[in-house]
Design a protein around this ligand. Structure first.
Ligand code: BTN
Length: 246
């Protein structure tokens, strides 16, 4: 359930704020929404362009008394859950790119930033941040350093109401937090793989000092990427690599 809800007109970053408040005892089920972020955060320290009233920016805190071993793997879960919600409201042709880009027509529609927060006995809480482009203007888009798209383009005139979208995402997220606590990553793998942009395709994986070629087999139960390489099957973890289409 939602234990506490804050809706901010402007905030630095819903993730950053919730990570701060997690350290001072914010309860499991704390949800922050914002109309705009002055310092929205993407993965790898990137900026997440967060103009006022245009998009969905939310973060939710979940605490586990017995955290799953693959706590960080929740970013894959969040991606699968968001893609599934959007498909249910009529978005077709969505894809996930490992580890967690949400794409449409190879353009960025949204992103997930999951951070692990500590407890007294080690990591035990998650802050899941979700950003979905809903209705951007070309002016907003100019600040984004990669091809992007919004739901208004994906869904056409029918569009989507931002409040309805927020409610659907939060509902699905809560279910996912609970199920992940009980069963970990395995129950979500099929859903993730169904959206995998590169499933079955030949890719190049760029590591720090070399690259590896292989065919994408899917996601392993610890969240790593399974590749069929010349040396047989190998698994790669998030953060090590980036993925390029052959
Ligand atoms: C990415 O693809 O790089 C992840 C983007 C995550 C953006 C969301 S918007 C709400 C939450 N607050 C943040 O500062 N970031 C996440």
């Amino acid at each position: 359930a939602i234990a506490r809800l804050e809706i901010h007109t402007e905030i630095d970053s819903t993730n950053r704020a919730l990570m701060r408040d997690a350290a001072t005892g914010a309860p499991c089920g704390t949800l922050y929404l914002a109309e705009s972020q002055s310092a929205g955060r993407g993965r790898l320290g990137r900026l997440w362009v967060s103009p006022f009233g245009a998009n969905l920016y939310l973060s939710m805190l979940w605490r586990y008394s017995a955290p799953p071993a693959t706590l960080g793997g929740f970013s894959l879960v969040a991606g699968a859950v968001v893609a599934d919600v959007l498909r249910r409201i009529g978005a077709e042709g969505l894809a996930l790119k490992w580890p967690n880009d949400l794409l449409w027509d190879r353009r960025k529609l949204g992103g997930m930033l999951v951070e692990v927060a500590g407890g007294l006995r080690g990591p035990s809480a998650l802050v899941a941040g979700i950003g979905i482009n809903v209705r951007m203007t070309p002016d907003h888009g100019r600040a984004i350093d990669q091809p992007w798209v919004d739901l208004a383009q994906v869904l056409g005139e029918s569009g989507v109401d931002r409040n309805t979208l927020a409610a659907l995402v939060v509902e699905a997220l809560i279910d996912a937090f609970e199920r992940f606590g009980r069963e970990g990553l395995p129950p979500f793998l099929a859903l993730w793989n169904a959206f995998d942009l590169f499933r079955g395709e030949q890719v190049r994986l760029l590591l720090a000092d070399h690259e590896i070629r292989g065919r994408v087999l899917g996601i392993a139960s610890d969240g790593s990427l399974r590749l069929e390489t010349a040396d047989g099957e190998r698994c790669f973890h998030a953060g090590e690599v980036s993925l390029r289409h052959e």
